[in-house]
Ligand binder design. Sequence first.
Ligand code: NAI
Ligand code: MG
Length: 349
Amino acid sequence: MPTHKIALYPGDGIGIEVLDAAVRVLDHLQSTAGDLALEYERFDWGCDHHDRHGVAAPEDMLDVLRGFDAIFLGAIGFPSRLADHISLEPLIRIRQAFDQFACVRPARVMDGVQSLLANPGKIDMAVVRENSEGEYISMGGVYKTDRPEEVAIQTAIHTRKGIERILGFGFDLARKRRRRLTMITKSNAQRFGMVLWDRVLESVRGDYADVECDKLHIDAAAMDFVRRPDRFDVVVASNLFGDILTDLSGAITGSLGLNPSANLDPTRRHPSLFEPVHGSAPDIAGKGVANPVGAIQSAAMMLDWLGESDAARRIQSAVEGALAAGESTPDVGGTLGTEGMTDRIIERL
Ligand code: NAI
Ligand code: MG
């Protein structure tokens, strides 16, 4: 029986609250399922760490994390304490340095949960966000800072290799689902980078002739996420567009607090990172009402990735059972707090 070494990175705000909830679920599973062995180490990086040491995470963070089988993150950032581009930098660094190029974000309306849309149809999609390049690379600079003539340059890069591998990942995923893939770009206005996405799609789609495939511009896609979200199966998008669309997919499936994500290095050369889609929600931090389901489902995705698919399925069905019985936190219309919701899920395990 292999022991999986997990790095815990709770972060800030409700990140800490939902990570603790998910770890309770993992602990319970471990104590009742004789064949699951997890070993954790906790890293209290984030705003407190910045107060004490002047950096949100230590210089050698990547070397520390490299030895783990997976990284489990709550959420980071607390804008009233520290500028977001400083607090979030370690997360972007991990995704890029560990080549976690495929960010997978499933979103579906679960039984017992009400979509924010009046007539949602059957929403069941997986957004695959390119996670290693695109608009989130740290390339650019400012000139004439704080002067009226100040200039800021922020460069995005889109590479043939990067687009090929994320589309390949998306097509493979579509083959395990409903065999439909929609690629999101803005190639009518961004004529170099986004047109490369179009050209690469044309060059690879023949290899996946069994998958129905189409394209949408991001503006039209945003509308269709609201107007007819049931048309989507696998959605492949650039880093920025995938980020934006998955807050929207959270809302239309009931609450952003429900949705999980996996930042995968599919080659398995580096540890992959699992985290809820949501951020640290300073508006509700410390109140004990954060929905732990996004984090708990992320823990299930992590177990699945580590080859513990039975354990993952058990978590998933406990979550679904609790929600179907009407047990939920205020963001989904219920009255339970983070702990109460976690208790209900654990009772069902
Ligand atoms: P957010 O996702 O933290 O919150 C957006 C809205 O959703 C808020 O009204 C919040 O209360 C609600 N919400 C989010 N998660 C919830 C949950 N589990 N249960 C109930 N309600 C929930 O996004 P926001 O407010 O834009 O960002 C807050 C901070 O989080 C910022 O510092 C931002 O940079 C950071 N952030 C970090 C991410 C990460 O660590 N991966 C991702 C997104 C944002
Ligand atoms: Mg986001």
